[in-house]
Each structure stands twice: as structure tokens, then as C-alpha cells.
Ligand binder design. Structure first.
Ligand code: 2P0
Length: 330
């Protein structure tokens, strides 16, 4: 099934709605996966091989302001920089926008993210999620959050988890049209749970996660073991959240991220997002842990680390990692 058919089946007659003449605004949080999404079963619809689970970062994310363009052209800016609509990301964005509008409809879109872009911290998740929420307002679709999650996934897989606060599971689903592949908020909350954003570099990554996951599937036989690992890790992480078992959550999350990066290292050609600084930080985290401090990390498609710890250890972690931004999403 093609993207355009998915959009049509969700929106139906609403594809003919008249857009608002005034501008509308929507926010979506960024999310950090505790159990990672790595690999697609359908590249066009961003359907994942496995389910995944994330935590949304409260008021850290992206705000999208959208209105109809007055000059018959699209204009998109991200943090006050015009996006080149002929670039690969620009083209992807236009394909996405074209799913929802008549040919003559052009947009002015302003996106502001309060987290570093393309450094494996922001990803495109909060951008696409806030864009879909803004389009829902602009065209008065009145879609459910689940339907918005499916549409956001068409822009970027992990965006389907950015429609909710707190812990969110993305169900992989089995259907070819992906109508059963969307996010769902877990009921459990964990007010003491903290995420520390440890920025190693804000440089744009050389290999996109889209390309990296595809290369892993195509060239690494070890990927066969990934779905089994995710099934176990997902169950352990959900149990840990329900029982507030921080050690189980931390060690499972860290191991999940390390297997994802181990697979990338043994892919052809190899992909390494870690820098010497990333590796030194990992060593420091392991040392602190061996000295009795309950701190774990996760890492996405970039050199930065996200530390996981409880609020009672905020002060000591801030002392050990000066400059780390601490978010307490619950
Ligand atoms: C995740 N990542 O679960 C994983 C872990 C990065 C590492 O989802 O191709 O921007 O748009 O579906 O969602 C980043 O990849 O990829 C990502 P597409 P996406 O958060």
C-alpha cells in the first residue's frame, strides 16, 4: 500500500476540507527510545520490524506554526533557517505535505525546536508530530490521536511516539497497510524518572538513521537476533516501569542501545556514531555505577548520550557531568 492510500483511507472526505485562513500552532515533545526502533518491514510506510518504547521529554520538542502561503510557493524554516526544498530532507517534506492538500494549496511553515537538531537528540520525531497536529488544526480534521500517530509515522517512524507525554509504546503491527502500527501511551507514570542530555557534538550526522538501519538489515546476519532481543527487552522494560524497578529498566535500556550500536559496527561498511568522547563518557558512567551510583545510558543515531537516573541522584550527577541538561518528564 502506498502513503497516499493510507492518507486517503484515514482522511476520506476530509481531504476536501477548506483550510483556515489564519495561522495555527502545535507542539509535540521529542521522545527518547528506551527500547529502540531499528529496521523497517516497509520503507515507504515506515513500518518497523519490531515494536519499540520511548519516554517523551515534556516541554522539550518542536512547535510548528502553519498558514496558507500568499505567494503560491511553499516556505519552510527550521529554527529561523530556510529549508532547501530541493534537498533530500526538503523533498521528503514536500512528498509528505502533498498527501494532505490540493495542488494549489501552498504553506508557510515555521518550526522551532528547543533541542539540538540532527545530532541524534531531536531526531525528526517532534517535527513531524507537531506538523501533523498543526495540519489537523489547519484543516479541521478532528482526527483521533491514534490516527495522527499513523500519519506522523509516514513522515518519520519515531514521530508516531511523539503524540503523547510519558511512556509510549509503538506497536509494530502486522498489517501491510500499517493501520495497526501506531503509538499507545502507557498508563504508568514515574515522577522521579530523569533523563540527562549529554551533548558531545551538534554536528549533523554523516549517515542518516534511515540509511543506517537499512544497511544493518541488508549486510548484517546478526540482525536476525534483534527481534528476539527486542521482545525480551520490551517485556522487561514494561515490567520495570510498572514495578518502578530502576535497575531493571536501566540495564535493559543500556543493553538494548549497545546491541543496536554493535550491529552497526559489524555492518558493511561499518557505521560508528560514537566518538572518543562518547566512549570516555560510557567508561565514566560504568565506573560511577561500579561505585554504587545507579546511572545508565542510552544512545541513538549520534554521538550524544542520554543518562537515566532517579531524581534523588540529580545533584551528584550534575556535579559529575557539568553542562548536562536534566529533564524530569513525569
Ligand atoms: C528510535 N531511532 O527508536 C531509533 C533509535 C534512532 C535510533 O527512530 O527513517 O528518524 O524517519 O523512520 O524515526 C530515528 O529514526 O527514522 C530513530 P525514519 P527515524 O528512536
Amino acid at each position: 500500500m502506498k502513503m497516499v492510500e493510507v492518507a486517503q483511507s484515514i482522511l476520506g472526505e476530509r481531504l476536501h476540507n477548506t483550510p483556515a485562513t489564519s495561522s495555527v500552532k502545535a507542539f509535540a515533545p521529542t521522545n527518547i527510545a528506551l527500547c529502540k526502533y531499528w529496521g523497517k518491514r516497509d520503507q515507504e510506510l515506515n513500518l518497523p520490524v519490531t515494536s519499540s518504547l520511548s519516554i517523551s521529554l515534556g516541554d522539550k520538542g518542536a512547535t510548528t506554526i502553519i498558514r496558507m502561503s500568499s505567494d503560491a510557493h511553499d516556505h519552510v524554516s527550521l529554527n529561523d533557517q530556510e529549508i532547501d526544498l530541493a534537498s533530500s530532507f526538503g523533498k521528503r517534506l514536500i512528498v509528505f505535505l502533498n498527501l494532505f492538500r490540493k495542488t494549489r494549496d501552498k504553506f508557510d511553515i515555521i518550526i522551532h525546536a528547543n533541542i539540538p537538531i540532527a545530532a541524534g537528540l531531536a531526531s525528526s520525531a517532534s517535527g513531524f508530530a507537531s506538523l501533523v497536529k498543526a495540519l489537523n488544526e489547519l484543516y479541521q480534521w478532528n482526527l483521533s490521536t491514534q490516527e495522527l500517530s499513523i500519519l506522523a509515522r509516514l513522515g518519520s517512524g519515531s514521530a508516531c511516539r511523539s503524540l503523547w507525554d510519558g511512556f509510549v509504546e509503538w506497536h509494530a503491527g502486522v498489517r501491510a497497510d500499517g493501520m495497526d502500527s501506531f503509538g499507545e501511551k502507557l498508563q504508568a507514570t514515574w515522577p522521579e524518572f530523569c533523563v540527562g542530555l549529554l551533548l558531545v557534538s551538534e554536528k549533523e550526522k554523516e549517515v542518516s538513521s534511515r540509511e543506517a538501519m537499512q544497511r544493518t538489515i541488508e549486510t548484517n546476519a546478526a540482525y536476525q537476533r534483534w527481534p528476539e532481543k527486542v521482545t525480551k527487552d520490551l517485556a522487561a522494560i514494561k515490567l520495570a516501569i510498572n514495578e518502578k524497578n530502576f535497575e531493571l529498566l536501566g540495564k535493559t535500556t543500556e543493553s538494548n542501545a549497545l546491541m543496536m550500536h554493535a550491529m552497526m559496527l559489524t555492518t558493511q561498511p561499518p557505521i560508528q556514531y560514537s566518538t572518543p568522547e562518547t566512549l570516555a563518557l560510557m567508561q565514566k558512567i560504568w565506573r560511577l555505577r561500579s561505585e554504587g551510583l545507579p546511572v545508565y545510558f542510552t544512545q541513538d543515531a549520534g554521538p550524544n548520550l542520554k543518562l537515566l537516573f532517579l531524581a534523588e541522584n540529580k545533584v551528584v550527577l550534575a556535579q559529575n557531568f557539568p553542562g548536562m541538561e536534566i529533564v524530569q518528564p513525569g
